[in-house]
Design a protein around this ligand. Structure first.
Ligand code: DX5
Ligand code: ZN
Length: 226
C-alpha cells in the first residue's frame, strides 16, 4: 500500500448503519475514520442482503478513506478476489465459509489487499492458529453476523484474549478486530482483551456527531490498551 497503515487503536465505522442513498455525504461525516467497514451479505451465509461488487466498487471510487470489506458470504473463494481487485485495502472472509483459507489469503495478498479472516461467536479461535503469518487481520465477531445494532456478546472476550495471547507468543503483527455492539460502553473490555481494530456501526452513524463519536471511541480504546 502506498499510504502507511494507520496506527492502533483503529476505528472502522460500518456503513451498514449509514444512509445508503446518501453514501457520499455519509462518508464525509466520518473523516476521522481509519477505514470504512463495508458489510457484504449474500442472504445465504447470513439472513440479510446488502451490497455486491458493483456498489462496493462505487464506494471504493468515491471514498477518501480506505475500505475494510467484511464478506459475510458463501463461497468466498469465488467472490473475495474481486473485492481485492477493485482496490479494497482489506478483504476479510469468514473461516466458516472458506474451503481453502490459506490459499485464499495468499490470493488476496497477491492482488495487493490486506487479507483478513473472521470467526463467528460459536467458532473456536484455535481454528485460526494455522493462519498466523498468512493473514493481516483476524476478526472475532462480537455478535452473530447479519445485522447492525445488536447487543455486544461479552462471552466472546475469553476467545479474543486467547487469540491475543497466541499472537503475542508468536510475535505476530496481525491486527485483531472486533465487530458488533462496539460502543462507548463496550469498547474498553474489547481493548483490554487485546483488540486493536474496532468496527462500530450504530455507535458512529447513530450519533449526531460521528467524528466526535470516533474520537471518543479511539481515546477509550487507547486508555484500555496494554
Ligand atoms: C454485523 C456487521 C457489523 C455491523 C456492526 O453483521 O458485520 O459490521 O454493521 O454494527 P453495530 O456496530 O451497530 O453492531
Ligand atoms: Zn462487519
Amino acid at each position: 500500500m502506498s499510504v502507511p497503515p494507520p496506527v492502533a487503536p483503529r476505528i472502522n465505522p460500518s456503513i451498514l448503519s449509514a444512509d445508503f442513498v446518501n453514501m457520499q455525504s455519509e462518508l464525509a461525516r466520518i473523516a476521522a475514520a481509519d477505514f470504512v467497514h463495508v458489510d457484504v451479505m449474500d442472504n445465504h451465509f447470513v439472513p440479510n442482503l446488502t451490497f455486491g461488487p458493483q456498489m462496493v466498487g462505487r464506494v471504493q471510487d468515491t471514498s477518501p478513506i480506505p475500505l475494510d470489506v467484511h464478506l459475510m458470504i458463501a463461497d468466498p473463494e469465488r467472490w473475495a478476489p474481486g473485492y481485492a481487485e477493485l482496490g479494497a485495502a482489506s478483504v476479510t472472509f469468514h473461516l466458516e465459509a472458506a474451503t481453502e483459507p490459506i490459499a485464499l489469503a495468499r490470493r488476496l495478498r497477491d492482488i495487493g489487499a490486506r487479507a483478513g479472516v473472521a470467526v463467528k461467536p460459536g467458532t473456536p479461535v484455535d481454528e485460526l492458529f494455522d493462519l498466523f503469518g498468512e493473514v493481516d487481520q483476524m476478526l472475532v465477531m462480537t455478535v452473530e453476523p447479519g445485522f447492525g445494532g445488536q447487543a455486544f456478546m461479552p462471552e466472546t472476550m475469553p476467545k479474543l484474549r486467547r487469540l491475543a495471547d497466541e499472537a503475542r507468543r508468536r510475535g505476530s503483527e496481525v491486527w485483531l478486530q472486533v465487530d458488533g455492539g462496539i460502543s462507548e460502553s463496550t469498547i474498553a473490555q474489547a481493548a483490554e482483551a487485546g483488540a486493536d481494530t474496532f468496527v462500530a456501526g450504530s455507535a458512529v452513524f447513530g450519533s449526531a456527531h460521528p467524528d466526535a463519536a470516533i474520537a471518543a471511541l479511539r481515546s477509550l480504546a487507547a486508555a484500555h490498551t496494554h
